[in-house]
Write a protein that binds this ligand. Structure first.
Ligand code: NAP
Length: 203
């Protein structure tokens, strides 16, 4: 697959390396333009390309957004429409400013601004250093660290689950976008190293 990544920081760049390692190509982008990503792309190797967010979205069989939540309005909605969108961002008012979510979960809020996206909330509960260091595809699923997913599109969740499994984590579906508050900052499972069994006990 080609995976388009919007946001080339801690999470975007770390995920890019993991996706490449299992045979995918990535097109990665940031807000300042592809020229600022030369060093990152050189380090990621020949399966990585830098582009604009719009190009990254268009080129992706799957798109991942890993930008500060407060920048949600800049996501290239028209280019993402119809595609699976992995949403890794978290809302932190201290960083992102006051945003009225209108009673929506964070993933529902993003989905509202990217109409037509097949949104799967994932990769938002794991610290980037642990995302880099903890994958282990050689372990059985029940011994791996969990990565939580939520979404309203079962097929999209299956695809993202397969990706999570391939890179060496254990996907755990916690439900719909409405239910995705269960994996937001402050929830009992947030930023914890857990197996599937440990996570189920906490949920
Ligand atoms: N850090 C973690 O361990 C972690 C874990 C899980 C989830 N998250 C969430 O994931 C998101 C990213 O976190 P991070 O730590 O990776 O942040 P980061 O290191 O600060 O990187 C943010 C990236 O997003 C890019 N960006 C900012 N605004 C953009 C826009 N409008 N369009 C395209 N790209 C844009 C930045 O590019 P420029 O520098 O060019 O602006 C940068 O490459 C946040 O919402 C965070 O809460 C973080």
């Amino acid at each position: 697959m080609n995976i388009g990544i919007i946001g080339a920081g801690n999470i975007g760049a770390t995920a890019a390396a993991l996706f490449i390692k299992v045979g995918h190509k990535v097109t990665i982008s940031n807000s300042r333009g592809p020229d600022t990503l030369r060093e990152l792309v050189a380090n990621l190797g020949p399966d990585a390309h830098a582009a604009s967010p719009e190009e990254a979205a268009r080129s992706g069989d799957i798109v991942m957004e890993a930008i500060p939540f407060g920048r949600y309005a800049s996501l290239p909605a028209a280019d993402i429409a119809g595609k699976i969108l992995i949403s890794a961002s978290n809302y932190y008012p201290q960083r992102d400013g006051q945003i009225d979510l209108g009673g929506l979960t964070q993933s529902e809020f993003i989905a509202q601004h990217v109409p037509g996206a097949r949104l799967v909330k994932a990769f938002n509960t794991i610290y980037w250093v642990e995302l880099r260091d903890q994958p282990d595809p050689t372990r059985p699923l029940e011994q791996r660290r969990v990565i939580f997913i939520a979404g309203d599109d079962a097929e999209a969740k299956d695809t993202v689950s397969d990706l999570i499994t391939a890179i060496g984590f254990a996907p755990l579906d916690i439900g719909s976008l409405r239910e995705s508050h269960r994996q937001e900052p402050g929830s009992p499972i947030y930023n914890r190293t857990l197996t599937i069994a440990e996570a189920r006990a906490l949920l």
